[in-house]
Design a protein around this ligand. Structure first.
Ligand SMILES: Cc1cc2nc3c(=O)[nH]c(=O)nc-3n(C[C@H](O)[C@H](O)[C@H](O)COP(=O)(O)OP(=O)(O)OC[C@H]3O[C@@H](n4cnc5c(N)ncnc54)[C@H](O)[C@@H]3O)c2cc1C
Length: 441
């Protein structure tokens, strides 16, 4: 039952700080669900209510369970199963932790996250490919950035080795690099869909109630309103990924931020298993949060090229007009136009470069800089796309590089849980629960 004074997903009357237009309402999924909100007679009460069943939501719920053994904990997921978005659609790379400056949350949790997630995967008998990673330079201009990655990795306590080109070829016979390459033995790959299924089973076994098809619709005085009815909540934790900024607005947070979706596409190789031994990455542009088109060796030994970072026009624009939302498309289109004209980073170049990657032959050509024998005819199959929930800081029109956390004594909001949040998820969730503990004191 909707209580007087309860607020909608975005809070009535708040405007988009860029356009002055009202902030768009719920996603298509959320709106459809709102038409048939069941009217619970007496809302269930939970000590902790987590919104979002991705790897962060499930890990936070499990970390809360470890600290509060008798607490009632419920997780609301809008889809029919957890992991339908980034957590089930990512590259599956357990990053080692050398891209991030030592003062960042990403650096703080990546190395340990890699270790803990690897242990988790092995302890549950799930598949892991400990294939490592080479970061390669295409010419002499990239060598200083390769050195910078080594510096960052060393500061973060990550195992790394600068190897010459001959050594790099012993690791991966097909690799192309200029003079030297950075070898990361601790990078690995796993199947993210398998991992999230396992985490869901663990959570349910630990007494966490997982309600699927239960889209969060808005805040009430005592808790939240969802497609599965109303819930009273002692504390709300927002881990809603692509929708996290909207949920946060209802609680008075994320006012200076909006999520800008970027689509990641993968192109699969038809070459046989084992055609690549290790992941091959280019030296990234360290000013933006994307790592560039690379080769990933999947957990079953196949190679894929990607992901792209193509600006999407609505948050869940996975393919065609799937989950199309006209108002959201207008809002994001307007924001992209602002970025084309006034961005605090080179959005025009980024957008142009990324849109070209819709062409398979262009993507294969980019990948051929990293490895020998890349034939476009071997790359015909697009994989399942993923969409990055990239946060933009509205006043500066810049993309946030690190995870962003906001909260108070009633609610906590995980914003910008972009890559490598999957790798970081286990220690990151413990940190989130520490923060919640401080706020509730
Ligand atoms: C293309 C791509 C490649 C990536 N590769 C890697 C990688 O190799 N390694 C790595 O470490 N990281 C990678 N990442 C990042 C990683 O996938 C994310 O950081 C991580 O999955 C974030 O988890 P999450 O739980 O915050 O978000 P999500 O997995 O998106 O989960 C959010 C959940 O909230 C639910 N939700 C949303 N709105 C509502 C609502 N109103 N009510 C209820 N539920 C709601 C959604 O349905 C979803 O299940 C990649 C990401 C992408 C997109």
């Amino acid at each position: 039952m909707v209580k007087p004074g309860s607020r909608g997903l975005n809070g009535a009357g708040r405007g988009n700080p860029l356009t002055g237009a009202p902030v768009n309402g719920a996603s298509p999924t959320i709106r459809r669900a709102s038409a048939a909100v069941p009217r619970a007679v007496k809302p269930d009460h939970f000590d902790f209510l987590v919104v979002g069943g991705g790897v962060i939501g499930i890990s936070v719920a499990r970390a809360l369970r470890r600290r509060h053994t008798s607490a009632r904990i419920c997780l609301l997921e809008k889809e029919s199963a957890p992991g339908a978005h980034a957590s089930g659609r990512n590259s599956g790379v357990l990053h080692a932790g050398f891209y991030y400056t030592a003062d960042s949350l990403k650096a703080r949790f990546c190395r340990e996250g890699n270790r803990e997630l690897r242990e988790y995967i092995l302890s549950r008998g799930l598949a892991l490919n400990p294939c490592g990673k080479l970061v390669v330079a295409k010419d002499a201009t990239e060598l200083p950035r390769l050195d910078e990655l080594l510096r960052r990795g060393t500061a973060n306590g990550v195992r790394l080795e600068m190897v010459d080109a001959a050594h790099a070829r012993r690791i991966e016979p097909r690799v192309r690099t200029h003079e030297r390459a950075l070898w990361s033995p601790d990078t690995a790959t796993a199947d993210p869909a398998e991992v999230i299924r396992s985490m869901r089973s663990d959570a349910e076994r630990e007494g966490i109630r997982i309600r699927c098809d239960a889209s969060y619709l808005g805040r009430t005085e005592e808790g939240v309103r969802s497609a599965a009815g109303e819930f009273r909540a002692g504390y709300v934790v927002n881990c809603a990924g692509l929708q996290a900024d909207r949920v946060a607005l209802d609680f008075g947070f994320s006012k200076d931020y909006r999520i800008l979706p970027f689509k990641g596409l993968y192109l699969y190789s038809d070459e046989e298993t084992g055609s690549f031994r290790t992941n091959i990455y280019p030296v990234p542009d360290l000013r933006n949060p994307f790592l560039g088109v690379h080769f990933t060796v999947t957990v079953d030994g196949h190679a894929k090229i990607g992901p792209t970072a193509i600006p999407a026009f609505w948050r869940e624009q996975y393919s065609g007009f799937d989950r199309f939302d006209a108002a959201e498309c207008l809002e994001i289109g307007w924001r992209d136009l602002g970025l084309l004209l006034f961005a605090g980073f080179d959005f025009r170049r980024l957008a142009y470069e990324e849109l070209r990657k819709y062409s398979r032959s262009h993507l294969a050509r980019l990948a051929s800089v990293l490895a020998e024998g890349v034939r476009p005819e071997n790359y015909r199959r697009w994989g399942k796309p993923g969409i990055r929930a990239q946060l933009m800081h509205l006043p500066t029109r810049k993309l946030e590089m690190d995870f962003v956390l906001q909260g108070d004594s009633r609610s906590f909001h995980v914003l910008n849980a972009v890559s490598p949040a999957w790798t970081c998820s286990l220690p990151f969730a413990e940190h989130i629960v520490d923060c919640i503990g401080h706020h509730r004191r």
